[in-house]
Design a protein around this ligand. Structure first.
Ligand SMILES: C[S@@+](CC[C@H](N)C(=O)[O-])C[C@H]1O[C@@H](n2cnc3c(N)ncnc32)[C@H](O)[C@@H]1O
Ligand code: SF4
Ligand code: SF4
Length: 465
């Protein structure tokens, strides 16, 4: 193999069915749009060297060999030398690629794995705790979680899932929890993923990060860490129920940045912290963080009156954030994940293509989350679901490979995503898809209980929440 083709196959990973190349170091995706480029890359990843590829392509397309050689060299050089424009912030680059699939994926492109059910914080808004049993008191739930026979995903199951993902072209793995780093083998699992060349993202409260751990994460190809921060010191400690939570989270962000890891500060927007949200962005910027996520509270059916934030706060807050980043926090990217409706309206309010607020909306709202279409989530007990907020499951990974469970899940999600009549004519319907489709994928009537699998019994229509 020539040096050029060698660089391509060692630097990039290839998803042949999608014509998609991925750089696991930078998180950059390249989509091959023309069939000649795809033929060239197919051949390289099948083991053909430069001369062989040029022969095959010039014969197949009856084109002059010198032209093909020049095109081939330009293509490979472009793919292996990412331009600065391609090095977008972590979230933007991944989300941009998510939106571009019309057909059903044979296998997900990203996965989330919940490593553990255990947490050292006590966030009253947490969706995980609710799923144990919404009728229990907070204390009873915590006690129950501690006593779960399998509170951490078995290490061999986690590494087996990573093996399958690497083999089948699922390039990005996000780990979550509970507190992710409370899995006793968390670091070993990340190191396994790093050896497989996966781009890894860790969601954490930051409590267990120290300099040595940060360096180990960087060495394991954990390229991005999402650190939760929900207010100033007093508010954050109060919301998380831990007296040192804020200082630990801030220290963690600094240590991770020092280790060269991309840090995203993640605020869960609840009633209490709406007015302080701008200050949290300021604080994160001061620390050196340049990516910020605003995750609006997702109803859990438990304390929704206490924490729930109406959609109507979104647009005014977006305007203030826009002003803040333009004046006091240069370079800060703020994104609202989790399928915020682009119209930011409780009722559907179709947008026109010439709406003057579209640019602002698209600058912060990520659009549809693509859960179940491009990615899915695995719970600490090894069950597959379309998103971490859902309690409707599609089988156990201990019993079936992901490749066998994924098709049923993704077909169900596609069915659930039928456009609502009230969204008709909306200019941004493709990007928005009506917002979150979770209501089709959880059941609040029957708590899952402990170890009792909830099955896919939710209606296959999307209703607004
Ligand atoms: C479940 S935690 C797991 C990782 C880690 N323990 C942490 O706190 O960052 C992941 C994120 O989900 C957020 N979250 C929890 N419950 C939520 C809810 N009901 N709605 C929206 N976000 C929620 C948390 O605040 C956190 O930012
Ligand atoms: S389905 Fe809803 S709750 Fe789940 S990730 Fe998407 S937007 Fe969030
Ligand atoms: S698709 Fe529906 S929910 Fe989304 S912006 Fe348009 S009207 Fe609003």
């Amino acid at each position: 193999m020539s040096a050029l083709t060698d660089t391509l196959t060692t630097k990039l990973r290839y998803r042949r069915d999608l014509g998609l190349l991925f750089d696991p170091r930078t998180g950059t995706f390249h989509r091959l749009r023309n069939t000649v480029a795809k033929t060239m890359v197919d051949q390289v990843f099948s083991g053909a060297d430069r001369d062989a590829v040029i022969d095959i392509v010039s014969r197949r397309y009856r084109t002059d060999r010198c032209h093909v050689a020049a095109d081939f060299d330009t293509l490979i050089t472009t793919l292996t030398t990412p331009s600065s424009a391609q090095l977008q912030p972590h979230g933007r680059s991944l989300l941009a690629v998510d939106k571009r699939f019309d057909g059903t994926l044979d296998f997900p492109l990203r996965m989330e794995i919940e490593l553990t059910a255990v947490c050292n914080w006590n966030c009253g808004f947490c969706y995980n705790v609710w799923k144990i049993d919404p009728t229990m008191s907070d204390n009873d739930i915590r006690r129950t979680v501690r006593q779960l026979p399998e509170k951490h995903i078995p290490t061999e199951l986690a590494t087996g899932i990573l093996d399958e993902c690497a083999e089948r072209g699922c390039f990005v793995i996000r780990y979550s929890g509970g507190e992710t780093l409370l899995h006793p083998d968390a670091m070993e699992i990340f190191e396994h993923g790093g050896r497989l060349g996966l781009y890894q993202v860790v969601f954490t409260n930051g409590h267990f990060i120290n300099a040595e751990r940060a360096a180990r994460l960087a060495a394991a190809n954990v390229r991005c860490v999402l650190v939760s921060i929900h207010g100033d010191r007093d508010q954050h400690n109060q919301l998380t129920g831990h007296p040192r939570a804020y200082d630990k989270a801030v220290d963690a962000m600094r240590l991770l940045l020092d280790a060269g890891i991309n840090v995203v500060a993640e605020l869960t927007l609840v009633k209490e912290n709406v007015s302080g949200a701008l200050d949290v962005i300021r604080d994160a910027h001061r620390i050196g963080v340049r990516e910020f996520g605003v995750m609006r509270y997702v109803p859990t059916g438990r304390h929704d009156d206490q924490y729930g934030v109406p959609v109507s706060v979104t647009l005014p807050l977006m305007r203030e954030i826009d002003r803040l980043t333009a004046t006091e926090c240069p370079g800060m990217t703020v994104a609202w994940p989790c399928a915020q409706k682009l119209c930011t309206s409780d009722t559907d309010a179709p947008l026109r293509a010439d709406d003057p607020t579209l640019a602002l909306r698209f600058s912060q709202l990520a659009g549809h989350c693509e859960s179940g279409l491009v990615w899915a989530s695995i719970s600490y007990d090894g069950r597959l679901r379309n998103c971490p907020h859902s309690n409707v499951y599609f089988g156990r990974l201990a019993d079936h490979p992901l490749a066998d469970l994924w098709p049923t899940l993704t077909d169900r999600v596609r069915t659930a995503l039928t456009v609502r009549p009230t969204c008709a004519g909306c200019a941004v319907a493709d990007a928005c898809q009506g917002g979150c489709h979770l209501s089709s994928f959880f059941t609040s009537k029957t708590p899952t209980g402990l170890g009792i699998p909830a099955v896919g019994t939710a209606p296959a229509t999307s209703t607004d929440r």
